[in-house]
Design a protein around this ligand. Structure first.
Ligand SMILES: [Zn+2]
Length: 442
């Protein structure tokens, strides 16, 4: 067979860390999207109901070759459902690109003739990389760049090409050839180095301060430097600028691990020094770089919410909630969900706690449908959705959820509510989004 087949264990391990949200393209995630020699693609796919994982193959024309149940044994290939159409995937690419450009004040140039499903994966990797850089640092940088940062996504030239990214300082452009989270962070490190740190400290002075941490070891090609605890990777050992960029990437992605595993080493010194340089250059508090305290980068204030009438059933019965789509995910009112679940094993009451200034949900109690509940697709076209700091307390416990306020009402992701209130949310091509109350959230 021409395709490599992923083992189930690998599939499950990769999916374990994924986040799934409802929507037409919700199951696309490129954790193991791979391009094969014949220009076809294999994608990691998970259905919204979370029941099983599959891999798909898309041929060079964007058509489907075959499907496999990842949990159905190696030979149980069958067609399970249709992939979303190409136009829908293209719209998703355009929306993701626009969203990332606005959030990070960058220009993204897609110069790859790839299937749009592959581009979705690429943009997700880019987003994951950018999100790993603490928002206060990104925000301190993003409007000060001249010219504005351009991120160009190029096709990998050939399989022997090991260059995954390049930073061009005069154009202020990062080319990404091979997508992985590490690539953008490394190139971003080159950008910070050239555009900010060299200017603050003087290029020559910074170089001598940095290389003084090398404990007498010189740069050069060769392996084994990493083991000596002088450089974060063997690649970092090749030159001062690569050392700096790779140290930045390690500082962002694995600082705590490096400090724990190599205390008192040169690499530990570099992690601490990197923090010092960034904090003083950008007036940041060191807590910005401590893993636990990293604030999530916020979507731009005033995201666009579009009314949607995607189908939704509860225990097989069609429902008519008011739903807005924001950034590809559907958002619901908690009272609509309470009205749908009333009378089922997953029913819950909705109240308001004046002291907590918060909506409360109490499981096991019924809910009396109010005027305005389950009123269907909202009129009035697109609205502006503001990130809401409101939350809900379920049985007295505060729930972590992404909440948007639209026209004064709070909207939640259905899966966040499913998780907090333990009802099952699934998705399939035939059924759309569905709730089942005889099952737990999974
Ligand atoms: Zn580099």
């Amino acid at each position: 067979m021409r395709k490599k087949i992923l083992s189930l264990a690998l599939v499950l391990a990769l999916f374990a860390s994924m986040c799934i949200n409802a929507g037409a393209l919700m199951f696309i995630n490129g954790q193991f999207a791979e391009k094969w020699d014949d220009n076809s693609y294999q994608f990691g796919v998970k259905k919204g109901n979370g029941e099983y994982d599959m891999t798909d193959v898309i041929n060079a024309q964007g058509g489907i070759d075959w499907f496999r149940h990842a949990n159905g044994g190696m030979d149980s290939w069958e067609r399970v459902y249709d992939m979303p159409d190409r136009a829908a995937a293209e719209r998703k690419v355009a929306a993701m690109k626009a969203e990332l450009e606005a959030r990070y004040n960058v220009t993204i140039k897609i110069e790859r003739a790839e299937h749009p499903l592959y581009l979705i994966w690429t943009l997700e990797e880019l987003e994951a990389g950018m999100q790993s850089i603490p928002a206060p640092l990104v925000n301190a940088v993003k409007d000060k760049l001249s010219p504005k940062l351009t991120i160009r996504l190029l096709t990998k030239e050939n399989e022997w090409d090991f260059v995954s990214g390049v930073y061009y300082s005069s154009a202020n452009r990062i080319d990404i050839i091979y997508d992985e989270e590490h690539t953008i962070v490394h190139e971003y490190g080159h950008m910070l180095h050239t555009k900010f740190l060299d200017k603050k400290y003087g290029a020559g002075k910074l170089e001598s301060m940095w290389t003084a941490k090398n404990r007498g070891v010189s740069y050069g090609y060769g392996y084994g430097y990493y083991d000596a605890g002088v450089f974060v990777t063997d690649y970092a050992a090749t030159s001062y600028r690569e050392d700096f960029a790779d140290s930045f990437a390690y500082f962002i992605l694995y600082k705590d691990e490096v400090l724990e595993r190599r205390p008192n080493s040169a690499v530990a010194d570099k992690m601490n020094y990197m923090q010092e340089l960034l904090c003083s250059t950008f007036s940041l508090d060191a807590s910005v770089f401590s893993g636990a305290a990293q604030p999530e980068p916020q979507p731009p204030a005033g995201a666009t919410a579009s009314p949607t009438n995607d189908s939704l059933t509860c225990d097989g019965a069609a429902q008519n909630p008011t739903v807005y789509k924001i950034g590809g995910s559907n958002y619901f009112k908690i009272r609509d969900v309470a009205a749908m679940l009333d009378g089922t094993g997953k029913q819950f009451a909705v109240g308001y706690d004046g002291q907590l200034k918060s909506v409360t949900a109490t499981t096991g109690q019924g809910y009396a449908k109010q005027p305005g509940d389950l009123a269907g697709a909202p009129a009035g076209g697109n609205k502006t959705a503001e990130i809401s700091s409101d939350t809900i307390y379920v049985n007295g416990e505060k729930v972590d959820a992404e909440v948007y306020k639209i026209d004064g009402s709070n909207y939640f992701k259905l899966r966040d509510l499913g998780k907090a209130l333990d009802f099952y949310v699934g998705w399939s091509q035939e059924r759309g989004v569905y709730i089942e109350t005889d099952k737990s959230y999974s």
